[in-house]
Design a protein around this ligand. Structure first.
Ligand SMILES: [Zn+2]
Length: 122
């Protein structure tokens, strides 16, 4: 039986969005406490009764998050334009390589906004 797991992480990062006009506040350097949610889908292990140890998820994605946490995102390769959308894609591409059961990344740059990839509707 397949089940869905979610695990939440938080990173603190600085960024600016280089393609916006200087009148837009996001064109200036500023910081976010990004909340990142990983959604995984997998079969339960018949003996252990779980899909994967949450500690193992943390160990696998920690090296990726360490590239972002307390860094200027614009300086990270592939994140020269670090919108939440591009952050989702960056994390999904790299996350799936280390965690094939990763099915979705959600990035919340504020408590009121979220961006997810892949979209539910294609
Ligand atoms: Zn921002």
């Amino acid at each position: 039986m397949k089940l869905e797991l979610k695990q939440h992480f938080q990173i603190e990062s600085a960024r600016f969005l280089p393609h916006l006009p200087s009148s837009h506040p996001c064109s200036r350097m500023h910081g976010h406490s990004f909340k990142i949610t990983l959604t995984l889908v997998g079969e339960t292990d018949p003996k252990l009764g779980w899909v994967i140890d949450y500690n193992d998820i943390e160990k696998l994605v920690r090296p990726l998050l360490q590239q972002l946490d307390h860094h200027v995102l614009n300086e990270v390769q592939g994140l020269e334009n670090p919108t939440s959308e591009n952050l989702c894609l960056w994390l999904f591409d790299r996350g799936q390589k280390v965690l094939p059961m990763l099915k979705r990344i959600t990035v919340a740059e504020t408590p009121l906004t979220e961006c997810s990839y892949p979209a539910l509707e294609k």
